[in-house]
Design a protein around this ligand. Structure first.
Ligand code: FAD
Length: 391
């Protein structure tokens, strides 16, 4: 009888990248996704060169040229008066770090990964939720539930790429007190038709607006026909699950407008429906797996989005997993090697993202000091500060 496959739980960016890396390493791979269809939330995703290089190595370079947009600059602006504090020359990123700075509609990147995984022979099952996972000396068994009923499936190994509220992480019990923790910040996301925005907001550049206790990021997608926007607010009362939506006028009121710049106000008000996304983290783990089971992406190291690295780190995980499994030795040894290769780096980025959340939401004299240091560093200096992430 054929060996059971390595089963990846979750077909997010992390799970699909992992499936592809494992298939490239010569393994039989199956992906199990609970959603009935593989479709990411309607939002944008910035893919920095550290992850872009890996996706190029996966053979996705030509497809990414079609699907992604390469912003030429990142303008950091003061939300109050709209002043540009620095303009980072993103066009220089490709020469320096081997891949451009790309922005995607999430669904477009997910489809690229899915198509490539299917081409590489990965089996993908949707509408199938992993409810239970057990392992012993004989191997790993998964309890899977679909509309048709429950089934048990054997796996050669399991990669838990099932996101922040990972079932596999819970089943592994890697530490006490491991529940998700509300970060005290809530994101509001919208996709806006570019035609509805003032001309300066339609350029092929990303913009980051810094305001007291809040910030806004937006960038164009799909040949600049639409704009992805995220507004993140300090909100210690919000501990709920994502669901609620607000109109632009309601969100503008919650953000303390009309104190803010008119261009920024126009952006917020152009969103017919902003979707609430409370941000959670989880405690750092002493290890990411046990035996033939390992975690990857948000399941292992969920992070706040202030360095735009959650998906990038999941892609780095996938590449390291593929390398470890392609190397000699047992699968247990390969999964240990994968964790050793990744835990320090991913934890640094997780901590760095948390610190960055404090910096972007400063107010009063501390914000003025931050803005002055951004001006003094300038666009090139600010870009150079990200070298530890991008190289
Ligand atoms: C506002 C915001 C902006 C962000 N911006 C960026 C950015 O610009 N750049 C960047 O790199 N990162 C960004 N991130 C982070 C990024 O979105 C995540 O880190 C990344 O999507 C995690 O991918 P994942 O595959 O690990 O998990 P997920 O995307 O959560 O995927 C998990 C998958 O597992 C499935 N699943 C869950 N449980 C089960 C189960 N029991 N059985 C079967 N399937 C299951 C889910 O349905 C889902 O499809 C941002 C995050 C937020 C909130």
């Amino acid at each position: 009888m054929a060996e059971p496959p390595i089963v990846v739980i979750g077909a997010g960016i992390g799970g699909l990248a992992a499936a592809l890396a494992l298939a490239h390493a010569g393994r039989r791979v199956a992906v199990v996704e609970r959603a009935p269809r593989i479709e990411e939330v309607g939002a944008g995703l910035q893919i920095s060169p550290n992850a872009g290089r890996i996706l190029q190595d996966f053979g996705l370079g030509p497809a990414m040229r079609e699907a992604a947009l390469e912003p030429q600059a990142l303008r950091i602006r003061r939300a109050g008066d709209g002043a540009v504090l620095a303009s980072l020359p993103l066009a220089a990123v490709r020469d320096r770090w081997g891949a451009p700075f790309r922005v995607f509609h999430r669904a477009d990147l997910q489809k690229l990964l899915l198509d490539e995984a299917l081409r590489a022979g990965v089996e993908v099952a949707t509408g199938l939720r992993c409810g239970v996972m057990e392992q012993d000396a004989a191997g790993v068994r998964l309890g899977l539930v679909s509309e048709a009923g429950a089934e048990t499936r054997a796996a050669e190994a399991v990669i838990g790429a099932d996101g922040l509220r990972s079932t596999i992480r819970d089943a592994l019990r890697l530490r006490p007190n491991d529940a998700p923790i509300a970060s005290g910040k809530t994101a509001w996301r919208a996709i806006l038709p570019a035609a509805s925005l003032p001309a300066p907001l339609r350029e092929r550049a990303s913009q980051l607006w810094l305001g007291p206790s809040a910030h806004v990021v937006h960038y164009p997608l799909r040949d600049a026909a639409i704009v992805s926007a995220v507004a993140i607010l300090d909100d210690t009362a919000d501990t709920g699950a994502p669901a609620e939506t607000r109109s632009g006028a309601e969100l503008a009121a919650a953000m303390g407008f009309p104190r803010w710049n008119a261009e920024l106000r126009a952006l917020i008000e152009a969103g017919a429906s902003w979707r609430r996304w409370p941000l959670f983290v989880r405690p750092e783990l002493p290890r990411w797996g046990r035996g033939r089971v390992a975690l990857l992406g948000d399941a292992a190291h969920p992070m706040t989005p202030f360095l735009a690295q959650g998906a990038a780190q999941a892609i780095e995980d996938a590449a390291a997993l593929g390398r470890a499994v392609a190397g000699a030795g047992s699968l247990e040894a390969a999964l240990d090697a994968y964790q050793s290769a990744r835990m320090v780096r991913a934890t640094q980025v997780q901590r760095g993202s948390w610190r960055q959340g404090g910096i972007v939401h400063l107010s009063g004299p501390a914000a003025a000091a931050r803005d002055l240091s951004i001006r003094l560093l300038g666009g090139r200096g600010m870009l150079a500060r990200n070298a530890w992430l991008y190289r």
